[in-house]
Design a protein around this ligand. Sequence first.
Ligand SMILES: Nc1ncnc2c1ncn2[C@@H]1O[C@H](COP(=O)(O)OP(=O)(O)OP(=O)(O)O)[C@@H](O)[C@H]1O
Ligand SMILES: [Mg+2]
Length: 259
Amino acid sequence: MTATLETSVARSTVDTAVTLSGVSKVFGHGASAVAALDGVDLRVAPGEFVCLLGASGCGKSTLLNIVAGLDHATAGALELNTSRPAVMFQEPALMPWLTAARNVELALRFAGVGRASRRTQARELLELVRLGDVADKRPHELSGGMRQRVALARALASTLASGDEPGLLLMDEPFAALDAITRDVLQAELLRVWETTNTAIIFVTHDVREAVRLGQRVVLLSSRPGRVVREWSLDGTSSDDVVQDINTHLRKVISGHAS
Ligand SMILES: Nc1ncnc2c1ncn2[C@@H]1O[C@H](COP(=O)(O)OP(=O)(O)OP(=O)(O)O)[C@@H](O)[C@H]1O
Ligand SMILES: [Mg+2]
């Protein structure tokens, strides 16, 4: 039987954007219960860019959902010292009947921004992701990469507009469905936007090279139930050796998963 503790969500003044302490998650009950996370400890500093790697099914999306407040941990504590976290998924999930600008404005409305400033702020955010000239187009008129840029602008809208505290962006394989060239461009764009906005980012990916290119820190989760097994701090000039080392450890957790 699994003890059920209530997860506490608190805000504090410490110099940490997100703290997960002993976070566990079990889906279901009894014989059909699935342990997705097991005692995850993770700290993310304000403005830090952390990439999360791990085998398929090890609980990465579950972890993001818990941080986003879309799901609750079975045990452990989550502490947020950020504005409302925004989530970005593999699919942009835009409202098809709204223009790019209106999609972003909608997020601003949910974040409590008044009608008068919504239009200006939406335009600014679309400029930031270099979509100023297609603000009035609907999602079906945009390429996959452009749609993900709108989703990025919308995510920034909901986390940056919702307070003076530093923003938090949770990204779950946001570029996985894009072709290699578009992905490369969007990775560069994301780094530029991150440097401009100083938002903390937790970025889930299966791609070690992507993690090393983007992250200041790469965190590897074990196979299910996920817990942090290893971390790498990167200095922006990380060599192929780091990629090799991370690949070796990732392969180990994946093969452990298969056995
Ligand atoms: N709502 C749910 N109900 C029951 N089980 C779930 C639910 N969500 C996730 N799980 C299970 O929890 C485990 C972790 O799932 P999760 O989606 O977090 O993995 P992941 O690391 O994101 O995988 P992937 O890399 O394939 O996206 C899986 O075994 C999954 O089947
Ligand atoms: Mg996932």
